[in-house]
Design a protein around this ligand. Sequence first.
Ligand code: TYM
Length: 336
Amino acid sequence: MSENQKKTIFSGVQPSGKLTLGNYLGAIRNFPLLQEDYNCIYCVVDMHAITVRQEPAALRRATLEVLAQYIACGLDPDKSVLFIQSHVPAHAELAWVLNCFTMFGEASRMTQFKDKSAKHADNINVGLFTYPVLMAADILLYQTDLVPVGVDQSQHIEICRDIANRFNGRFPDTFTMPEGYYPKAGEGAKITSLADPASKMSKSDPNPNGYILLMDKPEDIMRKFKRAVTDSDTRIAMDPQNKPGVSNLIQIYALATGKTVAAVEDEFAGKGYGAFKPAAGEAVVELLRPIREKTEDLLRNKDYLEQVYQQGAQKASYLARRTLDKVYRKVGFVGR
Ligand code: TYM
């Protein structure tokens, strides 16, 4: 298939702290699988990250770390466009135009905005409010067909489609209508906290036992799995309603080993949590080991990372500019 016939994929990850197993299983794991059949564009969204306060040196470090992790997880900079959001000013420029096509009411309904404003009551900034509009700009700039993300992003994908529809209604044929591309239920769409199976695994969880970081040491991973919350019944069975903790662990173990859920249930029939939890921990240690080692290697080679993000920014800028020029012309701005 020629480059032009391939569909376009866009996704992004925030460099706000460290990446979790949830980020990996819900999204990043799937990125390299798509790069043969699609035009893939993957971004480190540093502009989204500053909607909550970041320590500048830590943000710089985390941005390079996410880029290194993209590559460590299998992305090839010669096949996919890998870049840093703030290097392509068209994102901020399109976001402004789209702000004028987004209703206050619809932005107010976003659950992430409500959650984050509750968590950061001392810093409910306007950027947090217009966060989904910048995300819509990310996606629409590249005439994206599919957006691989975890289900926690589905509301943001929906508002992006609403904004695109409104804009296309006024100015036909401007944006491709994107669709969310989610893992199937039980295949990473939502990884929950090891300490509280009712909430998603997240790096902003105040309890570090709830999340596994891609860069965690093996002994930390083992400790967190051994402590994982399960239930008083000892059966290893997939039952998300009644046994959410164990079901989350089964999902993780199955994804880490490539086994089916039924095979996992068979393997641990009659064995109990004492056998299962360390086995899940070991599987995750082995899954993450090569990613951690490759990331560490790449972070020692800053020149290479710089070459990757510069080349990525150049390719992304070219593509983004085409859409932005079209948008500016359509809304009536005088061309430079
Ligand atoms: P972020 O940085 O919070 O998460 C990155 C990706 O990881 C997925 N994810 C999960 N999947 C399953 N289980 C979990 N516990 C879990 N936690 C996180 C997220 O769904 C996401 O796919 N707003 C986005 C970043 C973004 C973006 C974009 C994404 C900005 N612009 C354009 C796609 C397209 C975010 O905060 O992801």
